[in-house]
Design a protein around this ligand. Structure first.
Ligand code: ZN
Length: 284
């Protein structure tokens, strides 16, 4: 018998109809937040991950009818889909399993979610359980320290807040992430994505001059409004309203203390006004 290279259960995959719905259920069950969502286009799945001690739960939703998850759901309904074992050398382990007579579903390791190389073992030879081998490319970095790229951060933001970001704002954050200070002018500061926070989080406790502590009582559905820029250290802040679905308007407000004023109907319009004359976007 050769050395067994399966280190631990890396994650358990669960097929679900909706990652958003199941994400909320598993967040309650495990008492922890979904820390990442990711589309694996080649497999036609949307995944969401939760950490549970040393293991993870992977929720899988089909993105199209050809997805293996769509087939699984139509045959069996929601439920446990696969068990994934962590291996340090996936090719060696695939060769070992083949030698033992297991049927591999892919001859070459393929790119899976979570920056992993993966291979599936046919459930027929494993007493009905679909087994995944996964080799972490950034092993042994733990999930919590995996730094997300800007698109992953935006996906996660939308998932957590159950809000959609308009394309012009997404493009802007992609740009501002690469080109620091591209939009900085005088005392006006545009934020990068990691500084993009709700009005309450950004200024809700700010009792200086001006005093913002009443704005959340004044601005309707303030929890859907997020600050993306400020003027002269909170003398004025600029927030955009997001919606649960795609919208043809995303109001931009200039906020000063407990006063707010609509300055543009979407982010692109705001940038145009701002570029024409910075005074266009200030509260009078
Ligand atoms: Zn998996």
């Amino acid at each position: 018998m050769q050395y067994l290279d399966m280190e631990k259960i890396e994650h358990i995959g669960i097929a679900v109809n909706s990652v958003a719905q199941a994400g909320s259920v598993y967040e309650k069950l495990l008492g922890t937040k979904v820390y990442k969502t990711e589309e694996v286009v080649s497999e036609g799945v949307l995944t969401a991950f939760l950490q549970c001690g040393p293991n993870k739960i992977e929720l899988l939703q089909a993105l199209n009818d050809d997805s293996p998850i769509a087939k699984f759901l139509s045959k069996k309904g929601e439920g446990m889909h696969h068990i994934a074992f962590e291996v340090t050398d996936i090719r060696a382990e695939m060769a070992r399993l083949k030698g033992e007579g297991f049927v591999l579903l892919n001859e070459e390791p393929k790119q899976g979610a979570d920056n992993k190389l993966v291979c599936f073992v046919h459930p027929k030879g494993v007493n009905g359980v679909l087994v995944e081998l996964c080799e972490s490319k950034d092993y042994p970095i733990k999930a919590q320290t995996h730094s997300l790229n800007i698109d992953e951060q935006i996906n996660l933001f939308q998932f957590r807040n159950k809000l959609i970001m308009p394309d012009d704002l997404i493009s802007y954050f992609n740009l501002s992430n690469d080109e620091i200070d591209a939009y900085n002018l005088d005392m006006f500061t545009f934020y990068k994505f990691d500084e993009f926070k709700s009005v309450q989080e950004e200024v809700g406790d700010f009792g200086g001059v001006p005093d913002y502590r009443n704005i959340i009582n004044v601005l309707p559905e303030h929890e859907n409004c997020f600050v993306f820029a400020e003027y002269s250290i909170h003398l004025m802040v600029f927030a955009i309203r997001l919606y649960k679905g795609l919208s043809n308007h995303n109001e931009v407000y200039a906020i000063c203390g407990s006063k707010y004023e609509l300055v543009a109907n979407n982010f692109t319009e705001f940038l145009q006004l701002y570029n024409d004359d910075i005074n266009n976007v200030f509260v009078v």
